[in-house]
Ligand binder design. Sequence first.
Ligand code: GTP
Ligand code: MG
Length: 205
Amino acid sequence: MNDSKEMLMKAAQNSHFVLGAVSPEQWPQDDLPQVAFAGRSNVGKSSLLNLLLGRRLAKTSQTPGKTREINFFKIDESLYFADLPGFGYAKMGGKELERMRNMTEQYLRSCKNLAGVIFLLDVRHPENKTDIESFAWFKSLSTALLPVATKCDKLGMQQRQKNMAELKRIHSLEEMPIPTSSFKKTGAELVWAQIAMLIKGENKK
Ligand code: GTP
Ligand code: MG
């Protein structure tokens, strides 16, 4: 399979929703690579996924905590996207939160074809406690993490640069996160380029 950025972007035109999985036996079992999208509830996971696919396949919502299963999308015969449940939703009960954490951990540990995790960080709130805790948690599960900053349209250039530097410092990143805006439809090409690298295994930590 040729999985260059250009090929993947072309493949994305032929994508579809597979299912919302609540248990491991529902996860795709074939050999295609999988790329997961993670981050706080409402950070913009489903919106970024739609930006990458050029279509509104993933449900977005202004009400945080809607996605509680793992939503799988198949991109042509090239790869899967897994839209993971968001964390940090205040109204979610302890048991439900624990169920989601367990499911996510099981997915991260047992998915043999997981090429990497795109971890979304809201550029407006570099010091968000939930982001800091969950980024560290994902890191501890030793997956290849790709940090992406969302909602960049919401800040002016100067503040955005300042916050990007803060995100780099706070999460001890090697580089700045990739800036994106689903609203302005910017950043998709950069993210696709990194996804191509994740699939080739060139970004594994
Ligand atoms: P959960 O499924 O609850 O975990 O949320 P999510 O991370 O999938 O967030 P979602 O994509 O549903 O977006 C949440 C809200 O933020 C929606 O109202 C989106 O329209 C908005 N949003 C997402 N990305 C952007 C962005 O880049 N810019 C702006 N201005 N709004 C955005
Ligand atoms: Mg979502």
